[in-house]
Design a protein around this ligand. Structure first.
Ligand code: TXA
Ligand code: MG
Length: 324
């Protein structure tokens, strides 16, 4: 790490970021879902730095990001179904858990015989992987357990002094983490709902997948599956109807859709009531309110359709901590 902190660095460009990656550095990178904390997936020392910066336990494996199918096939074994999903949903916000190849070390997979692979669609991330010529391991760029970052400034704020660079690619288009499918079980399992609708995956495969798998000893839980994850520090309570909020509640209220006559302290995830807008805005709004909230906040559940399923999944995990 250089002496100049990333906060004070001017915009980092793709070539500089690729140089950091190739020399064993780590940094914040934009993807279409959330910002990732990137390292060369084939460099154990570099990958270890990711775990240290995030405070992430080593038992929690990372996603490997690739720029093309040749690179994808160098890290994992693809069968017919995996190729079909790759063809249909890549580049894009789908992660497949597949049998791993030797090039990926135990540090990345937590010693499992499978590896999580994804080909992101964000042009800057794709260019970075291509320029570096290496598969890139990247979890979401937040301290372990906190809400994922959807803007470069979120990464700078929380991890800026622990990493070598932040590559700014603007606000993330999807706003929630990729859909994760375990491809090695029968039936296949949805480990984390995300921007790619599980129903679309079933349609593409022509078979049902297990959309609410129970904890399975044979496979690690994605922390995305842990009861408490993605949590703001303030108390968060979910609601469906406004009548559930105590009349004397003084904190902030996040509605799914802009209310007709918003009262003081009202916020909303979408102007028009679109689940995609809600997903894109969710984490940034939770972060912003978390900084100033005195009394905690209420947040309305999204309709359980499309990426609304992922929004509700993240919300319910953020809420749970306070209900134990
Ligand atoms: O959208 C995303 O997926 C973002 C961007 C940066 O690509 N990444 C992301 O990574 O959300 P992370 O580490 O926050 O979440 C990846 C999840 C973890 O919950 C991990 O347990 C799970 O994937 N995972 C990774 N490898 C696995 C494996 N071999 N088997 C089961 N789960 C795995
Ligand atoms: Mg994460």
């Amino acid at each position: 790490m250089g002496d100049t902190k990333p906060h004070s660095r001017p915009q980092c460009d793709i070539n500089a970021a690729a140089d950091f990656i190739l020399s064993g550095g780590i940094g914040g990178v934009p993807t279409e879902t959330v910002y990732g904390l990137a390292a060369d997936a084939t460099n154990e020392t570099a990958v270890r730095k990711i775990f240290a910066a995030k405070g992430r336990p080593f038992i929690d494996p990372l996603i490997v990001h690739v720029s093309d199918m040749a690179m994808a096939e160098s890290v994992a074994k693809f069968n017919k179904d995996a190729r079909l999903l790759a063809e249909k949903f890549w580049p894009g916000p789908l992660t497949m858990i597949l049998p791993r190849k030797k090039i990926v070390g135990d540090i990345v997979t937590a010693g499992l015989d499978t590896v999580a692979v994804r080909m992101p669609s964000h042009p800057i991330m794709r260019e970075l992987i291509k320029t570096a010529g290496k598969p890139i391991a990247a979890p979401s760029a937040n301290p372990f357990g906190y809400v994922s970052p959807t803007k470069a400034e979120h990464v700078r704020e929380q991890l800026g002094d622990k990493i070598d660079f932040v590559l700014d690619g603007g606000e993330c288009k999807c706003g929630v983490e990729s859909t994760i499918v375990l491809m090695t079980s029968a039936p296949k399992k949805l480990l984390r709902p995300g921007p790619v609708d599980a129903l679309e995956i079933e349609k593409a495969l022509g078979e049902e997948i297990d959309k609410s798998p129970k904890k399975n000893e044979a496979h690690p839980q994605a922390p995305g599956m842990l009861k408490t994850h993605y949590s703001p520090k303030s108390r968060l309570t979910l609601f469906d109807s406004e009548s559930e909020i105590p009349a004397d509640f003084q904190g902030e209220i996040i509605f799914f859709k802009r209310p007709d006559s918003p009262r003081k302290n009202s916020y909303w995830l979408s102007e028009s009531g679109d689940v995609k807008d809600a997903a894109r805005n969710l984490f940034a709004l939770l972060r912003a309110l978390d900084k100033t909230s005195k009394f905690g906040f209420y947040c309305q559940r999204a309709p359980n359709v499309g990426v609304g399923v992922a929004v509700n999944d993240r919300l319910s995990r953020a809420e749970t901590k306070f209900d134990k």
